[in-house]
Design a protein around this ligand. Structure first.
Ligand SMILES: Cc1cc2nc3c(=O)[nH]c(=O)nc-3n(C[C@H](O)[C@H](O)[C@H](O)COP(=O)(O)OP(=O)(O)OC[C@H]3O[C@@H](n4cnc5c(N)ncnc54)[C@H](O)[C@@H]3O)c2cc1C
Length: 510
């Protein structure tokens, strides 16, 4: 195989030699890079966009002077709980994760709201009755076993096995089963617990009865009572800044404006991590597939199915806090870091079902965060950014701003009068600020159970894609691995895909 050519336009004077090259600087790419750099490797990260961070970027969109917006992720229970990132590292690196007293809230028609506080017991009291007692019991117990929860739900096969056979693992697995039963029963019951868990399950952008939605309700629902649903001070970018700072200290580099369209563009290295959607990784690898097995693998990557639904982003600037109608009955809503809009569990389920069937609901589910409520530094001269996205069919070309404002106005009458500026990005144009978000797919491809359980496909090492003979300096072989949300364990800012892919590479080189 010919030695790959270095494209000077891509590298722009970055001096090597590099032990590893990472394509894409999203959370998984950066955590993969850090995992390798901590083991002494010289790592180069190539990012297509003008700024690094992928789904964790915070940008000035020019809507109001000095007001910055989280263009993708904003709320980070997964980063806080992730063994690849974690509270200790975040504290040591000066990232201030502000966990609001109310993790999330769910306004209902008629001026009421259900609120999930950080404390599971307090939430149980608010829900009341038997369901409230079960909530308090199940989620307080799960909160006491946070690491087991993460290992069982997002760990590698080996970590899951270790967790389940640990002294506390079997009990945690049983509690997760009880939480799943609670989620399943409550979303069908129409009570406050049902509304709360419907909003959390809806993060999966799939019908609430699907295993993915129930699993999402259990995982994120449990984290709400563990470390909470924190918002990093200054926006998600503060995570990216901290990752890049450590990477630079370890000798790594991140180069922006560097779209990789062929592996030929990369400098020689022993490891290539692809923080790309599975189809893009397949296209990059296809020219290098020599055997029937590797051609089959690249083909499977290219046809990895997209998610059933998509996100369309709306960034607003408001001249004051959102005037929630339920603020008197449920004061916690004004302190919640995240608010789920869509009404009862039945209405949310209907809307998500329509999305999965490719139809735009009249009132789509909308997720909202007003970060200045937790982090006053986000408010500039009385103006505050409001982050929102609507669940719409894949590739939907409709401007989400009117959809988001209609849902906001439904639960916060008068909010329109506070809107100073707004920008909507339809699902069909989400690739405009992150080329990995094809059609507004924010999950890196299908999260249906078979694709989530074996991601991107069933394999003993699901991250490893290929060995390129003679690619590395000195004619050694190079390992190519998938580390994005298209690989296990899937979407979210947790960096676990990056960490697992990097560990797999290190084990192969050992
Ligand atoms: C609107 C929205 C809201 C979200 N909210 C949350 C949230 O609150 N909390 C949460 O945990 N998660 C949230 N997510 C999901 C989260 O952002 C993603 O799951 C996460 O960013 C995935 O990380 P990644 O590293 O796999 O990919 P990405 O973050 O998508 O990063 C991939 C990077 O690769 C770059 N790239 C792509 N192609 C190339 C190429 N050919 N050459 C070079 N670079 C390339 C991209 O520009 C991008 O920077 C949200 C996502 C969206 C879109």
């Amino acid at each position: 195989m010919p030695r790959p050519a270095v494209d000077p336009a891509v590298l722009r004077g970055c001096s090597g030699p590099w032990d590893a090259v990472v394509v894409g600087s999203g959370p998984n790419g950066l955590l993969g890079a850090l995992t390798l750099a901590r083991r002494g490797m010289q790592v180069l990260v190539l990012e297509a966009e003008a700024t690094p961070g992928g789904g964790a970027r915070t940008l000035d969109l020019g809507l109001a002077d000095g007001v910055v917006h989280d263009v993708c992720s904003a709320v980070h229970p997964l980063a806080l709980a992730s063994p690849a990132i974690g509270a200790q590292w975040l504290r040591a690196r000066g990232v201030d994760m502000i966990a609001p007293e109310a993790s999330y809230a769910h306004p209902l028609d008629g001026g009421r709201a259900a609120v999930a506080m950080r404390s599971a017991a307090a939430t149980g009291d608010l829900i009341g009755g038997r369901r409230g007692r079960v909530w308090a019991d199940v989620f307080s117990s799960l909160a006491a076993h946070g690491p087991d929860v993460m290992a069982l739900m997002l760990g590698t096969a080996e970590q899951r096995l270790r967790a389940i056979t640990s002294p506390t693992g079997a009990r945690t697995a049983a509690l997760l089963g009880r939480a799943a039963a609670l989620a399943d029963r409550s979303v069908r019951s129409g009570d406050d617990a049902g509304a709360l868990l419907a909003g959390v399950g809806a993060h999966a952008i799939s019908p609430l009865s699907s295993p993915t939605a129930i699993g999402t309700a259990v995982l994120l629902g449990s984290l709400a009572h563990t470390g909470g649903w924190p918002i990093p001070r200054g926006g998600s970018q503060s995570l990216v800044t901290a990752w890049i700072a450590e990477l630079s200290e370890l000798g790594g580099s991140v180069v922006t404006h560097a779209p990789v369209t062929s592996l030929d563009q990369l400098p020689p290295s022993r490891v290539v991590l692809l923080d790309l959607p599975a189809p893009s990784a397949g296209r990059l690898l296809a020219p290098w597939a020599r055997s029937a097995a590797s051609r089959r693998l690249t083909r499977r990557l290219q046809v990895f199915p997209p998610s059933a639904g998509a996100a369309a982003k709306a960034d607003l600037v408001l001249s004051g806090p959102i005037p929630w109608a339920a603020a008197q009955q449920a004061p916690g809503i004004a302190r919640a870091g995240t608010v789920h809009l869509g009404g009862s569990a039945t209405l949310i389920n209907t809307a998500e079902r329509e999305v999965a069937e490719g139809r735009l609901p009249e009132a789509p589910v909308v997720l909202v965060s007003d970060p200045a409520g937790a982090d006053p530094s986000r408010e500039v001269r009385g103006l505050r950014p409001v982050w929102a996205y609507a669940h719409v069919p894949l590739g939907c070309p409709v401007d989400p701003v009117p959809l988001v404002l209609a849902q906001l106005e439904r639960f916060a009458p008068g909010v329109r009068d506070l809107v100073v500026a707004a920008r909507g990005v339809p699902a069909s144009r989400m690739t405009g600020h992150n080329r990995s978000l094809t059609g507004g797919d924010i999950a890196g491809g299908s999260t249906a159970l078979p694709h989530l359980g074996a991601r991107p496909f069933l394999a003993t090492d699901p991250h490893h894609l290929a060995t390129l003979p003679g690619w590395a300096p000195g004619g050694e072989d190079a390992e190519v691995l998938l580390c994005s949300a298209s690989s296990a364990p899937g979407p979210g800012v947790h960096g676990l895909g990056g960490q697992a892919a990097a560990r797999s590479a290190l084990a192969r080189l050992a």
